[in-house]
Design a binder for this molecule. Structure first.
Ligand SMILES: Nc1nc2c(ncn2[C@@H]2O[C@H](COP(=O)(O)OP(=O)(O)OP(=O)(O)O)[C@@H](O)[C@H]2O)c(=O)[nH]1
Length: 432
């Protein structure tokens, strides 16, 4: 309803302007008409002046004859002519040179004048008043009354337009502007409606108060919703952070698990599963490329009595040291060192045949020996020296001596290791 009224107000303004323009046009047209009438009257004056001698030649001659008895008759007649024809001045000069004149009280501009010679009477001089707008209005009561009424109607109409615009439409426009600037996301100013300098109609005040009320209640509700939304956002952000944290630790666990799947927990090098996969992969490659692949299996000698003597922790440390040494010795990208389980380790050397691999493996065993880890519990009959030693078996698949499968290569290396053990340990044996 309010919105409709405001739209009506905005649409009414041009109508009011049109109405005011119409009134002004009527006033202009009336003024034009008045001017035309005045000009017409000025044009008629000449003809009217010419008619006067014709009309009054007789009465003037008669009044002059009566002059001795009735000297006032000439003055009276001249006065009559003056007032009857609304002249400014009437003068009569007799053939004897006597002069009579009648003057009007009109102090306006002098208008057209004319002079006539009358037989037996003398000269008659007439002067009309200037044809002015005021004079025209004075002379024409109907026109005067019409124009006065028109002027009053125009003035009242314009006043009504101004008042309507100022008192009602302007207020409604102000309301419309306020409504268009209305933004419920902003906190409500207090008071919402600034005190207008001019007084406002009661209806506008009521409307303002109603909108103010709606604004305030909307604002309160909005504030409640905003703070609820803020709390929810904070809670969401907290949950999000917790989720991210959980995801991070899950990812770390996943990596740890993945690493555990491929690495030996005690030594950190590749485990049996990783080794098996690498062996299958490299064996296939060597088969395909007619290449070489060497495999060495190493086993710590007499770890059981070592454990029994020094404890399992010390045995673990021996295994860790051996793993570090293996990793240090075989560092090519394609090399792989792995713990197969227990005290058994493996070295996979792609591209190496048995002869080429023998040197590095023996160097490894030598390096181990030079670490000189004291055993302290070697069984009777074991080689003297008293240190922890390694036994190793080496096999390689190579052109001229291929194996049929990874398992066959593995078994050959195992048998070579068995041989090394059997031959008294602390040595490297090659598969036949
Ligand atoms: N400390 C430790 N000992 C292990 C681990 N895994 C296996 N062992 C021990 O290694 C020993 C292997 O014993 P055996 O198979 O009899 O071999 P050995 O005593 O080393 O003798 P040979 O291999 O014949 O020279 C066992 O006592 C196992 O308990 C391990 O992870 N840590």
């Amino acid at each position: 309803m309010t919105h409709k009224a405001i739209r009506l107000s905005l649409g009414a303004r041009p109508l009011l302007a049109l109405f005011a323009l119409g009134l002004l046009l009527i006033a202009l047209s009336s003024g034009w008409q008045l001017r035309q009438t005045t000009l017409q009257r000025a044009a008629d004056t000449g003809a009217e002046l010419s008619a006067i001698p014709l009309m009054y030649a007789g009465p003037l001659a008669y009044s002059l004859q009566q002059l001795p008895q009735k000297p006032e008759a000439v003055h009276g007649l001249l006065h009559h002519i003056l007032t009857r024809h609304k002249l400014r001045r009437v003068e009569l000069r007799t053939p004897d040179g006597e002069q009579f004149r009648a003057l009007s009280d009109d102090e306006g501009e002098p208008g057209q004048s004319a002079e006539f010679s009358l037989a037996d009477t003398g000269e008659l001089r007439l002067q009309a008043s200037a044809a002015t707008v005021g004079d025209t209005l004075r002379r024409d009561p109907l026109l005067r009354s019409t124009l006065i009424h028109l002027a009053i109607a125009t003035a009242l109409g314009l006043a009504a337009v101004l008042l309507l615009d100022r008192w009602v439409l302007r207020q409604l426009r102000r309301l419309s502007e306020q409504a268009s600037r209305f933004d419920p996301t902003l906190p409500p100013p207090s008071p919402f409606w600034p005190e207008a300098a001019e007084p406002r109609p009661r209806e506008v005040l009521q409307l303002e108060q109603a909108i103010d009320h709606v604004r305030t209640s909307l604002g309160d509700e909005l504030h409640r919703e905003q703070s609820r939304g803020r709390e929810m956002r904070e809670e969401l952000a907290r949950q999000h952070r917790a989720l991210q944290q959980a995801e991070r630790s899950l990812e770390a666990k996943r990596k740890e698990l993945a690493s555990m799947e491929r690495h030996d927990a005690l030594t950190g090098i590749a485990n049996r599963r990783e080794f098996d996969a690498a062996l299958r992969r490299e064996f296939k490659r060597a088969q395909r490329d007619q290449g070489r692949l060497a495999l060495a299996i190493l086993d710590v000698d007499h770890l059981k009595p070592f454990n029994e003597r020094h404890g399992r922790g010390a045995g673990d440390e021996v295994l860790r040291r051996l793993a570090r040494l293996l990793a240090d010795h075989f560092q090519r990208d394609t090399d792989l060192v792995a713990r197969l389980g227990g005290e058994e380790f493996a070295v996979l050397l792609p591209g190496f045949d048995a002869e080429a691999a023998q040197g590095p493996v023996e160097m490894l065993c030598e390096a181990w020996r030079s670490l000189a880890v004291p055993h302290g519990a070697l069984p009777d009959g074991a080689p003297d020296g008293g240190i922890v030693t390694l036994s190793a078996g080496l096999a390689a698949t190579q052109p001229g001596h291929p194996y049929l499968s990874p398992q066959a290569l593995m078994q050959a290396a195992d048998e070579a290791l068995y041989l090394a053990k059997h031959m008294g340990r602390d040595r490297l044996c090659l598969a036949s």
